[in-house]
Design a protein around this ligand. Structure first.
Ligand code: HEM
Length: 132
C-alpha cells in the first residue's frame, strides 16, 4: 500500500473515531443537556462525511485503480486533494466558532478544488488493466 494511501486511510480512521465521538456527545445532549454541544454538529457532519467516507474512498481508489506498471501518474494531484480536503474539513468544522461567513465559502472552495484534483488524477486510471 503506497504512503499516500496510508495517509488517506489512517486519517479517515481518526476522523471516524472523532466524528462518532462528537455524534455521541450531541446525542447524549438530547437526554442530558451539555451546554454548547449543538455547535459541534457541523464538525460531526464534516468529520463523518468528508473526513471518514470520502477520505477512505479516495485513499482506497488511489491505492487500487490500475497503474502504468509500477507508476501512478500525476501523484501530486492526489496529494493536493488530500491537503485541500483536510484544510477544508477543519475550516468547515470550526466555522461555528469563527463569525466570518467567508470561512464556509473558503471551505467549500477548497472541497471543490480537492474533488477536481482527485478526479483529474483518477480519470485516466479508470481503464482496462493488464489482467481484466
Ligand atoms: C459514519 C457514520 C455517520 C454519518 C455519515 C453521520 C451523518 C450525520 C449527518 C449528515 C447528520 C445531519 C443530519 C441532519 O441535519 O438532518 C448527522 C446528525 C447527527 N448525528 Fe450523525 N452520522 C454518523 C454517525 C453518528 C453516530 C455514531 C452518532 C451517535 C453516536 C451520531 C449522532 C448524530 C446526532 C445526535 C445528530 C443530530 C441529529 C439531529 O439533528 O437531531 N451520528 N449525522
Amino acid at each position: 500500500m503506497p504512503t499516500l494511501a496510508r495517509w488517506y486511510v489512517r486519517t479517515a480512521l481518526l476522523y471516524l473515531v472523532l466524528g462518532v465521538t462528537l455524534g455521541a456527545l450531541i446525542l447524549w445532549n438530547k437526554g442530558w443537556p451539555i451546554p454548547g454541544s449543538w455547535q459541534w454538529l457541523a464538525a460531526h457532519i464534516a468529520l463523518v462525511t468528508w473526513g471518514w467516507l470520502l477520505l477512505l474512498t479516495m485513499g482506497v481508489a488511489y491505492w487500487i485503480l490500475p497503474r502504468w506498471g509500477l507508476e501512478r501518474r500525476r501523484v501530486w494531484l492526489a496529494g493536493l486533494a488530500y491537503g485541500c480536503l483536510n484544510a477544508a474539513l477543519w475550516i468547515v468544522a470550526l466555522a461555528p466558532w469563527l463569525s466570518a461567513a467567508w470561512f464556509n465559502a473558503l471551505g467549500g472552495a477548497l472541497q471543490a478544488v480537492a474533488c477536481l484534483a482527485f478526479a483529474i488524477h483518477a480519470w485516466p486510471r479508470v481503464r482496462k488493466s493488464g489482467r481484466s
